[in-house]
Each structure stands twice: as structure tokens, then as C-alpha cells.
Design a protein around this ligand. Structure first.
Ligand SMILES: Nc1ncnc2c1ncn2[C@@H]1O[C@H](COP(=O)(O)OP(=O)(O)OP(=O)(O)O)[C@@H](O)[C@H]1O
Ligand SMILES: [Mg+2]
Length: 449
């Protein structure tokens, strides 16, 4: 069932309830007003007559009063008046077909009663006559009032469904009109192809709810477009970056296999191929980690002693440090605990130290230092190498960016990986050149509470 039909249905149900209550109230009020005026006039006339009659004895005087009363036409076109005592009718004048109500003198109480056929309405009044209990029945023809009440009831019953039908059709039309912008929006959205995310839904000058919805959808489309473009660029860049070493590897192997060679040449070719494959594996690994970081909303989390992690990395890179005769120092406070993924955080430190080793010359210095504030742990990795050209500084955290061309080994993914890992840990990384030469990377991480 559509929203339009639901709205029409609810609208019709509310209108039906209101119309029913209003219709019945009008009927009730009309009836009360009709009967109220007649009943009090009838009762008053009966009261006056009974007061006079109670002072008389049966005979022509009583007959004259009752006859005169039965000839009154002020309340209705016909009248019937009767006086009865124990088992005797004292006087009875007026319309004989009026069908008196069945009331015995002994049980009679003053009030209004309908005649047996309903055509007459009677005022019943017990009073004392000649020292005994008597009853005056003063009735009037009320068919005209009954007819007008019946007419009003028929009109209400006929009109209610007609008004309801009109209201429901109006409701259906208004609901359709109000929902039109939503259907138009659905059509606009259906036209947006996944390949062409530049399209947007249009909104006019009216600042209504649908315009707000359209703006929100456009903002969402902006974000989806940006994310999709970034993903496409990433895939294209990755393919491009992988192609160069693969081409080098392929041509190297083809040249080697082109003719028979001495075993020393084969060893040299295999060593070259092996280092290319190692670099490719490293890049594939970094790409995989980046892709996982993009997709995963939750990382594995545990408490990590940051000082111990730094010393572990320093031990692991010791052979590399020695091969370049570098001086690596690690200064770290004890018992600084952060909460996060130990493999990923270790990767951050390895990438920074690896860069420092890679980009410094022999005999340079590398300092790894960790200090702690109330809420933050701060890791500084500084070296005395060449530093980063200032124009490249803003881009070194971009994926595949390598400052100063491609002559150095590496895929340009290390720092972007660092930044994304730290973002996932609510941390930060910054880079700056040191005044005394070399550069410095500063990592901040929230301490575990
Ligand atoms: N300690 C450093 N000294 C000088 N330049 C640096 C240093 N660290 C990073 N850079 C510059 O920043 C660039 C980006 O570093 P990043 O770690 O992202 O890539 P990479 O080391 O070239 O490759 P990968 O880390 O993927 O092997 C480097 O190419 C280098 O030019
Ligand atoms: Mg690197």
C-alpha cells in the first residue's frame, strides 16, 4: 500500500469520526429542543387543569373543562384528554385513536409518556379528585415533530457518506500533490548511474522539507563521489606503481634467458629479481593494509607498552643500522601504555625508522625518543640526514608520493599508511625539518586510561 493511500485512509477515518460525532450531536440537540419545548408546555397545561379539577366533583363542570382542553390546538393538530380514578373513567374527550399509554392510576407518576402508537405524547399527572387518587392524561398529536426528526436523521445519514467521499477524494488529491516532490526525487535518483556520480538532484527556491532532503542527498552524493574517485585513483595509482617494477623484472628475466650464460651471471640476475620481488611483496603488503584500514571499522585492540615496542623495533633494525654505521639511540619512559593494534602501531615505528635509515648517509644519527603527558604519548623520530625539500613537505603523507623523484627505493606508501593507522587510533603524525639539519617526525597517541 502506498503512502498516498495510507494518508487518504487516515484522513478519511478522522473525517468519518468527526462527521459521525457531529451528526449525532446535531440530531440529539434537535430532538431535545423539539421535545423540550413541547413537554414543558404540555406539563404546564396539565398542571393548571388538574389544579382546577381537583376542586370540583364529577359532572358537567368537569366535562366542560376537559372538553375545552381537548379542543386546544396550540401544541398540536389533535388532542386527547382523559381523567380516570380507581376503575372508572371520569371524563374522556378528543381523538379516540390516540392509543393512550398503559399506566394504572395506582402506579402513575407525574411525567411525559409516549402513546402506544407513538403518534401522541402524553403528560401524566396524578392528583386527588373527590378525595380519591386520580390521574389526568393530557395528550397531543406529535407526528409532525416525529416527521421532522426523521427527516433530519435521513438527511444526516445521506449527507455523511457524501461529505466523507468528497473529503477522501480531496485528501487523495492533496496527498498526491504533497508526495509529488518525493516521486520526482525518486525519478531523479534513478537517473544517477554508478559510472556518472557527477549528477545531482535539483531543488528549487522553496525551502521546504523536500528541498532539505534533496540538499542532504546531494551532500551524500558529494561524499560518495569523493570516496569513489579516491578509490579509483588509488586503484589506478597502485596498478601504475606495480607495473614499473614488474616490467623491470620481466625484461631482466627475458634478457637473462635470451642466451646461455655463466652461473655468476645467473646468480646476479636472480639477486636483482629477488630484490624486486621483495619490494613488490612489501608494496602489496602495504596496499593490503591500506585497503583493510579503509574497510574495517574496528581494529584489534589491546594495551601496549610503547617503550617496549620502540626497543623491539630498534633491536629488529640493528643489522641495518650497523650495515650503514649509523648511531641509533632510543630514549623512552617506562610504563607508558596506549590502547591499540600492536602490529599496526609497530608498523608505524618501523616505517619511520626505516625511512630514517634509508634516507640518511653513512655515519648519520637517528634518535627515537618517547615522552608522556597526562593524556598523550609522544614519539619523536629524528635523523641527521638531508631532510625533506620544503615544497614536498605538504605531500609526503599522500599515497605513492616520493620526494625528489624515483631514484630511491620504496613505493611512497609508508607515511600514508602511518597517517591512516594513527587516524584509526585517534592519533596524529607531523613532519618538519630540523634547524640543525635532518628531519623529525612526531607521533601523538592518546594514553590508555
Ligand atoms: N627521514 C626522511 N628523510 C628524508 N626524506 C624522507 C624521510 N622520510 C620520508 N621522506 C620522504 O618522504 C617520502 C615518502 O615517504 P614514504 O615512507 O611514504 O615512502 P617511501 O619510503 O619512499 O616508500 P615506502 O615507505 O613505501 O617503502 C619519501 O619518498 C622521502 O622522499
Ligand atoms: Mg618509507
Amino acid at each position: 500500500m502506498t503512502i498516498r493511500l495510507w494518508l487518504t485512509f487516515y484522513w478519511a477515518a478522522i473525517i468519518a469520526a468527526i462527521l459521525t460525532v457531529a451528526g449525532f450531536s446535531i440530531l440529539l440537540l434537535f430532538e431535545r429542543q423539539q421535545w423540550g419545548a413541547l413537554d414543558s408546555a404540555l406539563m404546564e397545561e396539565a398542571d393548571t387543569a388538574s389544579a382546577t379539577l381537583s376542586r370540583l366533583s364529577s359532572g358537567p363542570a368537569v366535562d366542560a373543562i376537559v372538553r375545552r382542553l381537548s379542543q386546544e390546538r396550540d401544541l398540536g393538530p389533535r388532542r386527547r384528554v382523559r381523567i380516570v380514578t380507581g376503575g372508572q373513567v371520569i371524563a374522556d374527550f378528543g381523538d379516540p385513536n390516540s392509543q393512550l399509554p398503559r399506566v394504572s392510576v395506582d402506579q402513575a407518576v407525574a411525567g411525559i409518556r409516549d402513546g402506544r402508537s407513538g403518534a401522541f405524547r402524553f403528560a401524566i399527572l396524578p392528583f386527588r379528585f373527590e378525595g380519591a387518587r386520580a390521574m389526568l392524561e393530557d395528550g397531543v398529536d406529535v407526528s409532525a415533530i416525529r416527521q421532522s426528526i426523521a427527516r433530519l436523521r435521513t438527511s444526516v445519514l445521506l449527507l455523511l457518506p457524501l461529505i466523507l467521499l468528497g473529503a477522501a477524494s480531496g485528501g487523495y488529491f492533496i496527498a498526491g500533490h504533497a508526495l509529488f516532490p518525493i516521486t520526482a526525487l525518486a525519478d531523479d535518483l534513478a537517473r544517477i548511474e554508478p559510472r556518472d556520480l557527477r549528477r545531482r538532484v535539483s531543488y528549487g527556491d522553496i525551502n521546504d522539507e523536500v528541498a532539505r532532503l534533496r540538499r542532504a542527498i546531494n551532500a551524500l552524493l558529494d561524499r560518495v563521489e569523493r570516496a569513489t574517485n579516491a578509490e579509483r585513483r588509488f586503484a589506478a595509482d597502485a596498478a601504475h606503481e606495480l607495473r614499473t617494477p614488474l616490467t623491470v623484472l620481466r625484461s631482466g628475466l627475458e634478457v637473462t634467458l635470451a642466451r646461455k650464460r655463466a652461473s655468476a651471471e645467473y646468480v646476479e640476475a636472480l639477486c636483482a629479481a629477488s630484490s624486486t620481488v621483495i619490494a613488490l611483496c612489501e608494496m602489496a603488503d602495504q596496499l593490503l593494509t591500506l585497503a583493510r584500514l579503509d574497510q574495517e571499522t574496528s581494529l584489534s585492540r589491546e594495551h601496549i607498552d610503547l617503550g617496549a615496542l620502540l626497543r623491539e623495533v630498534a633491536d629488529a633494525v640493528e643489522p641495518l643500522v650497523q650495515s650503514k654505521a649509523l648511531a641509533l639511540t632510543v630514549k623512552a619512559q617506562d610504563k607508558v601504555i596506549v590502547y591499540g593494534d600492536p602490529i599496526l602501531l609497530k608498523r608505524v615505528v618501523i616505517n619511520l625508522v626505516d625511512n630514517a635509515i634509508k634516507f640518511t648517509a653513512k655515519h648519520d644519527r637517528i634518535e627515537v625518543e618517547m615522552t608522556a603527558e597526562a593524556q598523550l604519548a609522544i614519539v619523536r623520530v629524528a635523523d641527521s640526514g638531508p631532510g625533506i625539500p620544503p615544497r614536498d613537505l605538504p605531500f609526503i603523507f599522500d599515497r605513492f608520493f616520493r620526494a625528489g623523484g624515483h631514484e630511491r627505493p620504496g613505493g611512497g606508501l609508508g607515511l600514508s599508511l602511518c597517517r591512516e593507522i594513527l587516524q584509526a587510533h585517534r592519533g596524529e603524525i607531523t613532519a618538519a625539518n630540523c634547524a640543525a639539519g635532518g628531519c623529525e617526525f612526531v607521533v601523538t597517541l592518546p594514553r590508555a586510561s
